[in-house]
Design a protein around this ligand. Sequence first.
Ligand code: UDP
Length: 374
Amino acid sequence: MNVLVNAGPWLQVPPPGYGGIENVVATLVPPLRERGVRVILASVGSSTLEVDELISVYDEGRFSELQKPYNQVMGIAHAHQAMVARELARRDDVDLVHDHLEVVGPAVLAALGGPPVLHTLHWDLRKHAAFYEAFPSSIAVNGVSESQLRRAPDALRGASLGAIHLATPMAGREPHGPRGERFVVMGRVCGLKGQHVAARICQKLGLPLVLAGPVSGLGSQAELEIVAQNPDHPLHGHPDVRYHLDVVSAYLDGDLVRWVGAVEGAERDELYASARAALFPIQWDEPGGTAVVEALALGVPPVGLRRGCLPEIIDHGRTGFLADTEEELAEWLQRVDEIDPEECRREAARRFSPSVMAERYLEMYETVVARSRR
Ligand code: UDP
């Protein structure tokens, strides 16, 4: 089967550091290829993932431009989608498009009458509810958790083939050395991920906490300061930047609670693997939760609020803890050593491995292709 996997123009695949969708694609493609799928990756020129063909319109990822005015952002997305559409128009060897990009793209691709499209939903769907209400029923979609689909608009739920959880590789993640004292929040710094709640709890309990992750694409204190000191900077009023400067910063004392900026590569793995626990004080219905699955794979117990996909991923009391309130979260945090790291790793290998994810996608691809032939 020839599958065109559309990862979009925002980051290279695999992403060097932060990157949600691009991470998913980098995890999925190798086991698909091992199972005989020929993959044409639509991404940016600097992508290094091993594929059968790479097609791109941009040489480098355009992530930093996501902060530009809406019409410019859409211009970038449209140029990429137009490239994909041109490619599909000129060739007849693509059996299926697996689209990860954005809501409008698949509708356009389907309207072109090309190969069938499976669109993976990566978002909190209520944000795009109006669009999805009018989603063409010819497009197959899948979610990344049951909870995400339960909250989806009706039309979309009807088009859905089900949920496939996110996955992460286990290789190279063998435990090496004792677990540290530090708690970690790994993720974009923004109100939805709730770093301030983790910071507040750890301050109160005197527990060391490291917050790792970019703030609206800004990866370091120096970059953040340039924006903070310049009211004319386009990011100065950005909600995530304001969240860091006005809310999270109040808890950062450079000692007990620290923000280390965006981390990548070996530094990220080391920081995460040596954590005592991974905290998810989420303030939204997290749709997929790659960072939660990664914590399990590393044998780092995840402790979070019972929202979104977390109850599907974390088995309370066995592979981590789930809390309903901030107070409860603080209590479980102190009991986290009761969780067996090996149990976390076994769970990740059993339920969230790349081969489990690839098998499920292959089944879905076959369903979509068979349906289109009918
Ligand atoms: N991440 C990273 N460096 C950071 C912060 C996050 O590499 O400084 C990675 C993290 O390990 C995970 C991804 O970015 O793989 C975030 O994905 P997730 O689904 O958890 O969050 P979202 O897609 O909502 O940002």
